[in-house]
Design a protein around this ligand. Structure first.
Ligand code: ATP
Ligand code: MG
Length: 457
C-alpha cells in the first residue's frame, strides 16, 4: 500500500481518532485475523458468522498496532495505549470508503466488469490483452463484492498502469457502490441472465442493477456490452458515454463472422472496423467467444495493437470447474463451479460439439431463483431435450429440468435426491466414449460427483 497515514483514513471514513497517532503510516489493510501481519491495519468487520472485533486482541498479540473498529465495541486499556485506533460507525462501509479514497490517489486506466455470467472469464481475457501493453492489476479469483473489491484495491501500487475489477451483485445498489469505489472509465456488461432474480424480481431490474456500472462514466468513457443480449441491445444510447456492442448479429460494432471449434479451443473471425482478423482461444464453449469479444473491444479502446490483442486472447486458460475436460475412457466435462439457466444452456451447447458420442448430462439444482425457479429449470429442460441422450438430475428443483426435457422428446432420464445415489447410478451406466457433463449451483457441490466418477476407469 502506498503513502497512506491514519490521518487519510480519518478523512476518508469521517472517523474519529480513538487512540494513538494520526501520522502513523498504514502499510496495508487486513480483515482476516488469521493472516494479519504486524505492519498492517486490522479492520474489524462483522461477518455473517463472526465479528472481527472478537479477534482484535489476537491480532494485537501478533504485533499489530493499528486498528479500525466500530464505536459499539470497547478495547482493553493495553491495546488502546499501545495502538493507533480509528473508530467508525460501520467498519464494512469504512473499508469501502478507504478503498475509494485510496483509488483517488491513482491515475490508472480502470475497467469494471459486471454481468450475469462470464465475469471472471472475461476479466482474465481482458487482463491477458491489457497486460500486453500496460502493467495491469486485477482481482484475484472471484473477489468481486463489497469486501473483495476494496481488498483488491489495496493491492494497487504506483507501478500499475491499468486495473480490472470484477463486480458482482445480488441486489440493486451494490454495483453502484463498487463503481463509486473503482470509477471505471471502461465498463463491460457481459449479459443479463437470471441469477439473483429472486431478489430483483425481473430481468429488467437485473439490467437496471448491472447498468449501475455506468453511474460514474463520463463522456470520455465507454460502455462495452453484448449486443446480442435481448435486454442489452436496447439500452439507451444517450447515457452520456460511448457504447460499443459486440456479438454475432450484424448490427453490432464488433462482429464475430464465423468460428470453428476443435477439442482444444475455438478459432474465430472478427470484423473490426471493416477488416477481418482471426483469433484463437484455447478453450471451448461458444460463450467464450463473447468473453473474448469483450476483451477485444477493451484492447481496441486501450490502443493495443491488433497483433497483441490476438496473442493476448490466445493466452486464456479456463479456471477450475468451468468446462474442465477430464479424459478417461469416457469424457467428463466438469462445469460444476456454478449454474444459472444461461450457463446451463451454454454448457449444453458446448456438449453438442462432441458429435457421434452418447451424451449424459448430470444437473443439480440452480439455487436462488425464487419464484422463477420452476420456469428457469423448465427452460433448461426444453433446451436440453434434443441435445442429450440421458439426463440425470440431482436435488429438488432440477426435477423440473428432467420433466420438461421428457415432455419435449428426451427418452431417458432419472432423478435422484442425493448425490451419492446419482453417482452410483452414473458409474453403473457410463460406457467408454460417453461424454458426461456435470453442472449445478455452487451449493449443490456437483464436483463430488466428478470426483466419484474419476474413480471409474
Ligand atoms: P460468478 O457470478 O460466480 O462470479 P462469473 O460471472 O464470474 O460467475 P465465470 O466464472 O466466468 O462467470 O463463468 C461461470 C460459468 O458461466 C461457467 O460455467 C461458464 O461455463 C459460464 N459462462 C462463462 N461465460 C459465459 C457467457 N459469456 N455466457 C454464458 N455463460 C458463460
Ligand atoms: Mg466470477
Amino acid at each position: 500500500m502506498e503513502n497512506v497515514r491514519i490521518v487519510d483514513i480519518l478523512e476518508w471514513t469521517r472517523g474519529k481518532l480513538y487512540s494513538g497517532n494520526a501520522m502513523d503510516k498504514v502499510a496495508g489493510i487486513c480483515i482476516d485475523s488469521r493472516v494479519a501481519k504486524p505492519s498492517q491495519t486490522y479492520v474489524a468487520i462483522k461477518g455473517e458468522r463472526f465479528d472481527g472485533h472478537s479477534f482484535i486482541e489476537d491480532v494485537f498479540e501478533k504485533g499489530a498496532r493499528s486498528f479500525i473498529k466500530e464505536a459499539r465495541v470497547e478495547v482493553n486499556r493495553r491495546i488502546r495505549d499501545l495502538s493507533s485506533i480509528v473508530e467508525v460507525e460501520d467498519t464494512t462501509a469504512a473499508l469501502a470508503d478507504i478503498a475509494r479514497g485510496y483509488k483517488s490517489l491513482f491515475d490508472v486506466k480502470c475497467v469494471g466488469i459486471t454481468g450475469s455470467c462470464g465475469k471472471t472469464s472475461t476479466k482474465t481475457m481482458v487482463y491477458n490483452v491489457l497486460s500486453k501493453k500496460y502493467k495491469t492489476h486485477r482481482n484475484k479469483g472471484n473477489f468481486n463484492n463489497h469486501i473483495g473489491l476494496p481488498l483488491t484495491m489495496f493491492e494497487l501500487d504506483k507501478s500499475h498502469e491499468a486495473a480490472i475489477f470484477e463486480m458482482g451483485m445480488s441486489n440493486l445498489g451494490e454495483i453502484d457502490l463498487l463503481a463509486s469505489i473503482a470509477r471505471p472509465q471502461i465498463a463491460i456488461i457481459t449479459n443479463i441472465g437470471y441469477s439473483h432474480i429472486e431478489n430483483l424480481g425481473s430481468r429488467e431490474n437485473i439490467l437496471k442493477a448491472k447498468m449501475e456500472v455506468t453511474n460514474f462514466l463520463d463522456d470520455d468513457s465507454i460502455l462495452i456490452v453484448n449486443g446480442d443480449d435481448e435486454l442489452l441491445k436496447g439500452i439507451d444510447p444517450n447515457g452520456g458515454y460511448r457504447i460499443v456492442k459486440f456479438g454475432f448479429e450484424g448490427h453490432n460494432d464488433i462482429i464475430c463472422t464465423g468460428y470453428d471449434q476443435d477439442e482444444y479451443g475455438i478459432r474465430f473471425k472478427v470484423l473490426i472496423h471493416g477488416s477481418e482478423t482471426e483469433f484463437y482461444v484455447p478453450s471451448r464453449g461458444r460463450h467464450n467467444i463473447y468473453n473474448a469479444l469483450a476483451a477485444i473491444c477493451t484492447g481496441i479502446e486501450a490502443d493495443i495493437d491488433i497483433k497483441d490483442i490476438v496473442s493476448g486472447v490466445a493466452l486464456f486458460e479456463n479456471e477450475k470447474m468451468r468446462l474442465d475436460i477430464i479424459e478417461k475412457s469416457f469424457i467428463i466435462i466438469n462445469d460444476a463451479y456454478n449454474a444459472n439457466p444461461d450457463s446451463m444452456k451454454s454448457a449444453l451447447d458446448f456438449m453438442t460439439s462432441y458429435e457421434g458420442r452418447r451424451k449424459i448430462c448430470v444437473f443439480g439444482d440452480m439455487l436462488e431463483m425464487g419464484s422463477y425457479a420452476r420456469e428457469g429449470h423448465e427452460m433448461v429442460g426444453k433446451h436440453a431435450s434434443d441435445k442429450v441422450d440421458i439426463m440425470i438430475t440431482v436435488g429438488k428443483d432440477s426435477k423440473y429440468i428432467l420433466d420438461e426435457a421428457l415432455k419435449n422428446g428426451l427418452n431417458c432420464g432419472r432423478h435422484f435426491e442425493s448425490r451419492d445415489d446419482a453417482s452410483k447410478y452414473i458409474k453403473a451406466i457410463v460406457k467408454p466414449k460417453d461424454v458426461v457433463l456435470v453442472k449445478g449451483s455452487r451449493g449443490m457441490k456437483m464436483e463430488e460427483i466428478v470426483i466419484s466418477l474419476e474413480e471409474r476407469s
